[in-house]
Design a protein around this ligand. Structure first.
Ligand SMILES: Nc1nc2c(ncn2[C@@H]2O[C@H](COP(=O)(O)OP(=O)(O)OP(=O)(O)O)[C@@H](O)[C@H]2O)c(=O)[nH]1
Ligand SMILES: [Mg+2]
Length: 340
């Protein structure tokens, strides 16, 4: 099952207590303090992993607890530190602190582990608490509690291009034509119920470069009011650089249909709707003769079945992607210089 949101509770390990003890030796009735320190509690880390694609495992487990530090012991024996816990999450997971609402982490890189709950420090034993004024401390410190947090994990998949269209527009067929992804394809609406990603080789970019295309469920008029599959899944194209708006060639009014799609995007987020767009009229193989003039100006016609127009569409997409990425970089640079 594709789970893209869940709440988990994490509790880092408590620190072990320090020990209160004295050296015991024959003929030496009152030895020096020799209580060891407690070990630190285990930390909790989160790490983005390209091997996982949903939050299903995390949602199933829900509670994560790291081991506590072992208490210190006599003879200056230090307690072992608690084992850490590592929670792997899919790339694109945003972690919010449920209590403060703050973003704690945005997992974008594979394998990079980030500390999210600190283990408690181990308490000092009386051997470590010796001072000149108090050579025989009759006390030791307790371990500190480990951090506890309630976190909301929200997955927004990472893709460069998002496919937007009504159900049956041919989004999944297009993705399977241009990549090795094999989403389910069928002639009934809402075949796609969860996002699918495909990697497309960049024909015009540097050698070996590629980009990720996301296929999502179909959008219908008023889906922002909960019709069809709603608009919640639009979060998965929120991070794309460009959108491909796809309308079937059988449409009476492709431009009007595209407007309806864009209005639905606006209901989700104005920023999403404002992304650069590439307009495609799909299934052009069903058109014949004069009907081919139906392709609106500035649009491209494609048939994912015959492959007609697909190369050209990819080339246009790649050019738009290049411009969009360049603009994003420029915006990032100007933001950085403004912050300096
Ligand atoms: N003739 C023709 N049929 C196509 C073409 N592309 C897709 N189809 C057919 O259109 C139907 C819907 O295709 P899908 O790719 O599943 O459409 P979708 O947009 O992913 O649909 P949802 O997942 O329901 O939103 C299938 O029966 C496809 O075989 C095309 O280029 N030409
Ligand atoms: Mg589909």
């Amino acid at each position: 099952m594709f789970i893209d949101e869940t709440i988990i509770e994490v509790k880092a390990g408590d620190g072990g207590n320090g020990c209160h003890s004295y050296e015991r030796m024959k003929y030496k009735p009152k030895g020096k303090p020799d209580g060891g320190n407690g070990g630190n509690g285990g930390n909790i880390y989160l790490a983005g992993s390209s091997q996982i694609h949903t939050l299903q495992d995390t949602a199933y487990r829900r509670r994560y607890k790291a081991e506590r530090g072992v208490h210190g012991m006599g003879k200056n024996m230090i307690g072992r530190r608690g084992e850490d816990v590592l929670i792997p999450v899919p790339l694109g997971t945003i972690v919010y602190d449920e209590t403060t609402g703050e973003i704690v982490l945005d997992c974008l890189t594979d394998g990079q582990k980030e500390l999210i709950a600190n283990g408690g420090r181990g308490g000092k034993g009386n051997a470590s608490l010796v001072t000149r004024s108090n050579p025989n401390p009759e006390f030791c410190e307790p371990g500190k509690p480990g951090e506890e947090k309630r976190l909301r994990l929200v997955l927004k998949v990472l893709a460069d291009v998002g496919l937007v269209g009504r159900p049956n527009a041919g989004k999944s067929t297009f993705l399977s034509r241009v990549s090795r992804a094999r989403p389910k394809i069928a002639d009934y609406p809402f075949t796609t119920k969860e996002p699918h990603l495909g990697i497309v080789k960049n024909q015009n970019g540097p050698f070996g470069s590629s980009y990720v295309v996301a296929d999502i469920p179909g959008l219908i008029e008023d889906c922002h009011k909960g019709k069809g599959m709603g608009i919640r899944f639009l979060r998965h194209i929120e991070r794309t650089s460009i959108l491909v708006i796809m309308v079937e060639a059988t449409s009476e009014d492709p431009v009007g249909d595209a407007k309806v799609l864009i209005t639905e995007l606006e209901h989700y987020s104005v920023l999403l709707a404002a992304k650069p767009k590439c307009f495609l009229l799909t299934k052009t193989d069903v058109l014949s003769g004069d009907e081919l003039n139906k392709i609106p100006e500035g649009w491209l016609g494609v048939s994912a079945v015959t492959g007609e127009g697909v190369e050209l569409a990819l080339r246009k997409l790649e050019e738009q992607l290049k411009t969009a990425n360049y603009k994003e970089m420029e915006a990032l640079k100007s933001n950085e210089s403004a912050a300096d």
